[in-house]
Write a protein that binds this ligand. Structure first.
Ligand SMILES: Cc1cc2nc3c(=O)[nH]c(=O)nc-3n(C[C@H](O)[C@H](O)[C@H](O)COP(=O)(O)O)c2cc1C
Ligand SMILES: C=C(O[C@@H]1CC(C(=O)O)=C[C@@H](OP(=O)(O)O)[C@H]1O)C(=O)O
Length: 392
């Protein structure tokens, strides 16, 4: 038994919804736990006007009573403020005769890099709005809401997690490996680009301004660090039980993410084994540990007990105010792609999304491995695993 969640909702529809199942009963949870994370996702330099329209907050519709989970599914809703401007275009009622052209705002010129054309062909939509409404990263709002619940569970069993930006458009932050997780949290929380290295902050902001001015977009790299996971979570026995593989899928599932690495990542291809693998040591206080953490907290699909370090690369935003060429699906003529209101860089926001995507997978892995219907016994099992590993 693990956790699962679904999301529903269009970008300009009335609301986004998530239903989370499998949380142990008796876990403390309040809306503020989630709202703080939603606010973090909304901050970040480079976003378009939509973020000024929205002020994402969650309504808890089920599964929590008097500040604690009760074992039943937790349903969370985030209303779209923008919906009021889109009720005609996005309404569920059939259109009246003559209304079609007036209100539909049909999208027929696919944006290269977005889901428009493939989605239209797949589902047979002549209006690509039917695709973009759901492929939009607006959905990451409720993924963060579900991830915030996971983060809460993790914090209650001693696992802390942070996501931050390490590169934007080729501008690299100094490695944060010398900083503690707390320091990274503190430094990045008030940084407009969510970067721990203050020396590159302005340069990154300038690059975003420049891209915006040119009607272009830029991408970057985010890093998520998690500390406090017990040793031996995940498994080597089967491909679909490897926890690093699940984290990789979670990162690439985020809109516009194209690659993942753990620890020194792709650098491992260029180094001998003696400079990649982490020597094992033991001391009476902490038990086994690695002298370095180049593999980013995983061996054999299982946690080593060292910090988990996972990075993801985000491509530049596909919607360009100076659009690339495309084809109109009505006429088959070449046309500049549609321009929808858009961000020019969403890497800082995506760092928060990645943090929550990883939090979800870690919480799920703990629930699967230390399953209990009750939160108190679940938390005790995790404590026992820490002790077991320490005394092994
Ligand atoms: C936080 C966030 C904000 C995004 N904002 C935009 C945007 O404003 N305009 C856009 O075209 N794409 C935006 N994207 C990226 C698209 O959603 C994404 O490229 C698209 O769904 C196609 O999926 P793929 O790039 O993963 O193939 C955003 C992604 C994230 C994570
Ligand atoms: C709404 C969000 O991001 C959106 C993601 C997105 C896309 O194509 O992915 C396109 C833009 O939508 P809109 O045209 O409504 O401004 C972004 O604002 C959000 O992050 O909450």
């Amino acid at each position: 038994m693990g956790l699962r969640y679904l999301t529903a909702g269009e970008s300009h529809g009335p609301q986004l919804t998530t239903i989370i199942e499998g949380l142990p009963s008796g876990m403390p949870l309040v809306v503020q736990d989630i709202n703080e994370e939603l606010a973090r996702r909304q901050r970040g330099y480079g976003r378009g006007r939509r973020m000024q329209i929205e002020k994402d907050t969650v309504e808890m519709m089920s599964g929590v009573r008097h500040g604690k989970t009760i074992g039943s599914p937790v349903a969370l809703v985030v209303k779209n403020n923008d919906w009021k401007h889109w009720t005609k275009i996005m309404g569920s009622e059939p259109l009246q005769e003559g209304q079609e052209e007036e209100i539909k705002r049909k999208v027929t010129r696919a944006r290269p890099g977005h889901a428009d054309l493939n989605g239209a062909i797949k589902y047979g939509h002549r209006d690509m709005r039917n695709v973009l409404e759901r492929s939009s990263a607006r959905e990451t709002t409720v993924r963060v809401a579900a991830g915030a619940v996971a983060k809460k569970l993790l914090s209650l069993v001693g696992v802390e997690i942070v996501g931050h930006v390490v590169e934007i458009a080729g501008i690299k932050a100094q490695a944060a490996s010398t900083l503690s997780l707390e320091e990274i949290k503190e430094r990045t929380e008030h940084s407009p680009v969510r970067v721990a290295d203050p020396n590159v902050e302005q340069e990154m902001m300038d690059a975003i301004d420049e891209a915006k001015k040119n009607g272009d977009s830029i991408g970057g790299v985010v890093e998520v660090i998690a500390v406090g996971m017990p040793t031996g979570v995940g498994s080597y026995v089967h491909y679909d039980r490897k926890l690093d593989a699940k984290l990789a899928a979670a990162i690439v599932s985020i809109n516009a993410f194209k690659g993942v690495e753990f620890g020194i990542g792709f650098e491992a291809a260029r180094k001998p084994g003696s400079e990649v693998h982490d020597e094992i040591a033991w001391d009476p206080k902490q038990g086994y540990y690695r002298k370095t953490n180049r593999l980013g907290g995983f061996e054999g699909g299982m946690t080593t007990g060292m910090p988990i370090v996972v990075r993801g690369v985000m491509k530049p935003i596909p919607t360009l105010y100076k659009p690339l060429m495309s084809v109109d699906i009505e006429t088959k003529e070449p046309f500049a792609a549609s321009v929808e209101r858009s961000d020019s860089c969403a890497v800082p926001a995506a760092a928060v999304v990645a943090e929550h995507a990883v939090a979800w997978e870690l919480a799920n892995a703990l629930v699967e491995q230390f399953y209990s219907d009750r939160f108190d016994t679940f938390a005790e099992e995790i404590k026992r695993q820490h002790e077991f590993a320490r005394n092994f």
